[in-house]
Design a protein around this ligand. Structure first.
Ligand SMILES: Cc1cc2nc3c(=O)[nH]c(=O)nc-3n(C[C@H](O)[C@H](O)[C@H](O)COP(=O)(O)O)c2cc1C
Length: 197
């Protein structure tokens, strides 16, 4: 059986982003589990702040169109997001808002898996709870478990893996479980909110 097609990215522009390290590792583990992963750089989805007048003319910006195209091409999305002030970065919410205006709206019927890395002790999990709201609202079926990596500055070895074996094993297991879910739900399950079918 072929693995699910996934789009993976970290919602950070920072050159030494911990979340980029984490999503790179998660993408490797998902590929080892049989997934076909499109690992994107968040800069590919650069876009202005949402403005309804810009949407009307000249239209959806190229970065949002690109993100929408890449979301539409896969079964599931995997996002590693920093926690900003107990929530998601404004850049990520802005991207979700723009992409949600693209027709057909590409998030509907996708599955998703969320991760976070932070140099604090909580690992960014509070931001992920906030991130579930717009994604679930848009029809993404999110894996119930989320992966939060605390003390990120000490977590990665030179090979990009996690130095603590237990944390690495937990990430591998969570990704395996998400891949099982993504395989089962590939093709879309969410109802069209307008027609209910
Ligand atoms: C505006 C802002 C707010 C932040 N708020 C939190 C927070 O609420 N919780 C937390 O753990 N870290 C917080 N941080 C620290 C980030 O987790 C840290 O900058 C992290 O390295 C960002 O992810 P990155 O390395 O992938 O860019 C905040 C950082 C910024 C810039």
């Amino acid at each position: 059986m072929s693995g699910p097609r996934l789009l993976a990215f970290a919602a950070s522009f920072r050159r030494n982003s911990w979340n980029r390290k984490l999503i790179t590792l998660a993408a490797d583990l998902a590929r080892e589990g049989g997934a076909d992963v499109d690992l994107a750089d968040f800069r590919e989805f650069d876009m202005p702040l949402y403005d309804g007048d810009v949407q009307a003319e000249p239209g959806i910006p190229p970065g949002a169109e690109e993100m929408a195209r890449r979301v539409a091409a896969v079964d599931g999305i995997v996002i590693a997001s920093p926690e900003y002030n107990f929530s998601m970065p404004g850049t990520l919410k802005n991207a979700i808002d723009w992409v949600s205006r693209v027709k057909p709206m590409p998030f509907r019927g996708k599955t998703g898996f969320l991760l976070a890395a932070s140099n604090g002790q909580v690992g960014g999990i509070r931001g992920l709870w906030q991130l579930r709201i717009p994604l679930e609202g848009l029809g993404v079926t999110l894996h119930p478990d989320m992966y939060a990596l605390p003390w990120a500055s000490k977590a990665f070895g030179p090979d990009g893996r996690l130095v603590e074996q237990e944390r690495l094993d937990r990430l591998r297991v969570m990704i395996q479980r998400y891949l099982e879910m993504a395989r089962k739900l590939a093709g879309g399950t969410a109802l069209n909110p307008t027609t209910g079918s």
